[in-house]
Design a protein around this ligand. Structure first.
Ligand SMILES: [Zn+2]
Length: 303
């Protein structure tokens, strides 16, 4: 995920190519220098933090961030498999571990039951604050939670999660909406870039306008919560467990396919329906985490 500490101003992240966390194929390079290991258990699962000697001093900060992620990610369930967290001593070792070169902004990467994080010691002259570290780990561990709630170690890569759902869920869970362009700004972007589609075709925008991709993902996921509740998201994830892909499970639970959903979301943004009093109060509920069972007063998602 992006280096959210690179700038401390909301919505002023430097342009960066966003990497689809979790879609990395192949195995991480073996990292023999991580000879230290600490086990942690929190309310959502257990974790093995692996690190090298020079990082001993940052482990309490990592442990605190793992602990603080618990309540936020716990809304989706429990981690069924322990997560191995590798604290990598340098940016180069992170790139090597995830087999990506030239991603200066990359700070962490999550897969089914593994998370790689660049040691806060090596983030630059001014390292992350504890709040930034908490946010980063909550975001990454949400990816692990999403995969574990929906798949097993062998099937998670093939489920076909769209970026808007995957990154939107992580951004929503870690409360990162304040970092991204607002719904109004997203509406303006759609108006002025009629050929771009940050929701269904985000790839061409990663390099120069990743903020709008994260904005679209965050707001589309929030819109899903607004319509289906967090319980609807959990139903989608669980519906995938016996075998269905994301698209099949999404249709089973919501009555429409993901493409119809993103079309509806786009209309909602373009027509600025989010400005209406009904949506405004529903969105406040969603932002406050009070929409566990969906916006009953709003029209059904299926139509
Ligand atoms: Zn992510």
């Amino acid at each position: 995920m992006k280096d959210f500490a690179a700038t401390r101003r909301p919505r002023a992240l430097r342009p960066a190519m966003a990497v689809i966390a979790g879609l990395l194929a192949g195995c991480a390079a073996h990292l023999p220098q991580l000879q230290r290991r600490e086990l942690l258990t929190t309310q959502v699962g257990s974790f093995a933090v692996e690190y090298s000697d020079p990082d001993e001093g940052v482990i309490p900060r990592i442990a605190q961030a793992v602990e603080s992620a618990g309540p936020a990610i716990g809304r989706w369930g429990q981690l069924s498999s322990p997560v191995r967290i590798e604290v990598l001593p340098s940016h180069e070792s992170l790139e090597k571990a995830v087999d990506r070169q030239g991603y200066d902004w990359l700070r962490a990467w999550a897969r089914y039951d593994e998370m790689f994080v660049q040691s806060p010691r090596a983030w630059g002259f001014i390292g992350p604050t504890q709040a930034e570290l908490n946010e980063l780990l909550t975001h990454e561990l949400t990816h692990c939670m999403m995969y574990q709630q929906s798949s097993d170690r062998h099937s998670w890569l093939a489920k076909g999660f769209p970026l808007w759902f995957r990154e939107g869920m992580a951004s929503y869970t870690s409360g990162q909406g304040y970092r991204w362009p607002t719904l109004e700004e997203l509406a303006r972007f759609l108006e002025t870039h009629p050929k771009e589609d940050p929701i269904r075709d985000p790839e061409p925008l990663y390099q120069g306008e990743s903020d709008i991709v994260y904005s679209a993902a965050h707001h589309a996921f929030s819109y899903l919560v607004l319509r289906q509740g967090e319980s609807g998201v959990i139903q989608i994830l669980h519906a995938m467990q016996p075998g269905p892909s994301f698209g099949e499970a999404f249709r089973q639970v919501t009555g429409i396919g993901p493409d119809d959903f993103t079309t509806q979301f786009k209309q909602y943004v373009e027509e600025r329906r989010f400005r209406s009093a009904g949506y405004r109060s529903a969105l406040r509920m969603v932002a406050a985490g009070l929409s566990r069972s969906g916006g009953r007063s709003l029209p059904s998602i299926a139509r």
